[in-house]
Design a protein around this ligand. Structure first.
Ligand code: FNR
Length: 379
């Protein structure tokens, strides 16, 4: 069907499923164990109710947003979550995602295991396009150091380094593993060239193969000082799942200004520890136990975003930016860069409609007063 006839993100996913390979579908769709976290990621947004105000002039609503302490300006508070291997879905790959989101002014975080190199991805980037680089620290640290040096050279485009913490070992993803048993595919990420000795000898799915060579020994004490030696870009910690770790991140940011600038509340799209909490639960924990975190660092969230109302609810509860992972990949699978464009057009229209129906003109007006207090203990 023509892309403009697809009206929501579920419809785009359904079309993508018919166009991508079985292997691609299994890898993108998969999540840990019984997919419980993946399910809750979406379900939790549906259980949150809104409180619209009326008699407000809302002929215009702006989604413009500012991140990372005012240094990064976006047309919309959306980012594409880092996700490996976009070219499994479509030859347009990560560069196609960049092209697809260009007219909306969203940010794109590129996976350590992207299927195109960072240089290729930014080659045709629109002026003002904002990228971040996601790092899986490699056991051979010099490989990560070399990658950071490459990103430092692309500073016109890359505005942050995203360090992923929620998957020190890969989750058990049975859809992915099963499809790999049926047909082995050689996986290689263009960005993160792994030498032959580091390649897993087959089996375990795409996720497990890409994971080979990733360090499991990261800590607050050793990894952040090491990272700061190799980049002076703002650091974003991805995969925070408790208020305790959010507090530690904010404490670190206060002690070492200019280092950690944001955290991403995420359970990796349910792909790491199954039954880990959806990001909204962590957001509510932070509101309750250590709300000062919001004043110290940006809090971004991802997981399960399917509707503009999901995005607006996250913003109301204190998130500064909201990420989409699979939705961007399904857009790519459904129609290459144009499918990504359609995905973001739908999401952006839904966000603006939601803001107008709430009686809000600017993102900065969004707050907990627009959320039904049933689920927010403290405003
Ligand atoms: C991911 N995710 C991910 N995260 C990361 O930090 N590095 C990575 O390489 C990947 N790779 C990856 C591949 C695929 C196929 C998916 C679906 C996800 C997790 C991603 O950044 C994000 O946290 C989730 O995808 C968000 O959930 P939704 O939007 O997919 O529900």
């Amino acid at each position: 069907p023509p892309l403009h006839t697809l009206l929501n993100l579920d419809e785009i996913e359904a079309v993508a499923k018919t166009r991508v390979s079985k292997k691609c579908w299994a890898y993108y769709f998969s999540a840990g164990d019984d997919l419980i976290s993946k399910y809750y990621n979406s379900a939790v947004f549906r259980s949150i109710l809104l409180r619209p105000r009326v008699f407000v002039d809302c002929t215009q609503a702006s989604t413009a947003a500012t991140l990372l302490g005012g240094t990064t300006r976006l047309g919309t508070p959306l980012y594409v979550s880092p996700a490996a291997m976009a070219r499994l879905a479509h030859p347009d790959g990560e560069a196609g995602i960049a092209r697809g989101i260009a007219r909306f002014g969203a940010m794109q975080l590129i996976s350590n295991n992207a299927s195109q190199t960072p240089e290729q991805i930014v080659a045709d980037a629109k002026p003002g396009a904002v990228f971040g680089w996601q790092l899986y620290v490699q056991t051979t640290r010099s490989k990560s150091e070399a990658m950071l040096a490459r990103i430092n050279k692309l500073r016109d485009h890359f505005k942050c380094i995203v360090l992923t913490l929620d998957a020190p070992v890969p989750g058990k993803r049975e859809h992915d593993e099963k499809s790999n048993l049926e047909s082995q595919v050689e996986v290689d990420s263009a960005s993160n060239d792994k030498s032959a000795d580091e390649k897993r000898p087959g089996g375990g799915g795409v996720g497990q193969q890409l994971f080979w060579g990733t360090a499991a020994d990261l800590t607050w004490e050793t990894t952040l000082p090491w990272l700061a030696e190799h980049t002076d870009l703002p650091i974003v910690l991805k995969g925070i799942q408790t208020h305790e770790d959010a507090y530690l991140a904010a404490q670190y940011a206060r002690k070492k200004p200019g280092s950690v600038k944001a955290i991403i509340l995420s359970n990796h799209g349910g792909r790491a520890l199954d039954t880990a909490p959806p990001a909204v639960h962590t957001l509510l924990e932070i509101r309750k136990y250590c709300p000062e975190v919001f004043d110290t660092i940006d809090v971004w969230i991802d997981g399960g975003i399917k509707r503009g109302t999901d995005v607006v609810k996250a913003l109301c509860l204190g998130a500064k930016a909201v990420g989409v992972g699979r939705a961007a990949l399904w857009g790519l699978g459904a129609g290459g860069w144009k499918g990504v464009d359609r995905t973001f057009e739908i999401l952006q229209d839904e966000i603006v409609t939601c803001m107008k129906l709430l009686g809000v003109k600017e993102v900065s007006e969004l707050g907990p007063r627009f959320i039904n207090s049933r689920i927010v203990e403290r405003d």
